[in-house]
Design a protein around this ligand. Sequence first.
Ligand code: SF4
Ligand code: SF4
Length: 315
Amino acid sequence: MEYRFLGGTGLRVSRLCFGSLTVGPLQANLPVREGAEIIRHALYAGVNFIDTAQLYDNYQYIKEGIAGCAADVVIATKSYDYTGKDIRRSLEEALRKLGRDYIDIYLLHEQESELTIKGHWDAVEELIGAKKKGMVRAVGISTHSVRGVRAAADVPQFDVIHPLVNMRGIGIMDGTPGEMKEAIAHAFKCGKGLYGMKALGGGNLINERKEALAFALSIPGLASVAVGMQSTAEVDYNLSVFNGRQVTLEMELAVSRQNRRLHIEDWCTACGRCVEQCGQGALAVSGGRVAVDRFRCRLCGYCSAVCREMCIKVI
Ligand code: SF4
Ligand code: SF4
């Protein structure tokens, strides 16, 4: 496994970052022990970087997965808080649930532009204070927009940017893959540490997995690429691609059997909360329940976070 420094943070991360959304309740909803085993499988193979978020509700998987090797693992988490008080509470929750004294990377979740960053400045100042006290090692944003990357590049207080980028531009709010690559190059020149997300377009590029991962790995400014994994077969596949080894037919077959889709349970009450949550416009209430447009859906699972009836699954 190749490792790179994440900008000027001093953090040395594996090129493959374990995207943990997939194992937890918003997606595969694996038993904690099973999800932790998959994380451990990746760690034993040299992955030292795990991406999570308060929204993913999966800190317990990570705590169990890193038991015994926690000091060597770099963890990035994020939350939507915009006040200092709220982000302090979220940071304390992350520390407590992960069983750590510090969080390596704490990000403001899904920032779109300089305007949203400005609106979250109270939270940024709290994180900077936490960094001075050693509770956080690096601060930054995650973003689905080119404008967000460019805005964060200009903020001296930010160390890390976690942009959405993939070869088809699936999920980029305001530009093409080329424009996102240019923004990443600019931020890299500004000294930011960057690691990519949604290289597989939230599952939509699974059939072009090898090409999609190669695209993400070819972007010079990205120190690492977070890839969601929910089985040891997916970990092994990704390790082969990231390590430049041949992907065997058995590996291809093992991951291709895992076709995923968004499933809405019969007990959906058509309340519409998930429709409002979906930034992709992939959901609509129709005929007394919610219908999914599979061409728009990125399988991010964010809609399931707001469903009080637990109707939404990625299966
Ligand atoms: S419907 Fe929207 S929020 Fe739900 S998984 Fe698909 S893209 Fe994500
Ligand atoms: S939030 Fe849940 S219950 Fe409400 S419309 Fe969406 S799937 Fe149905």
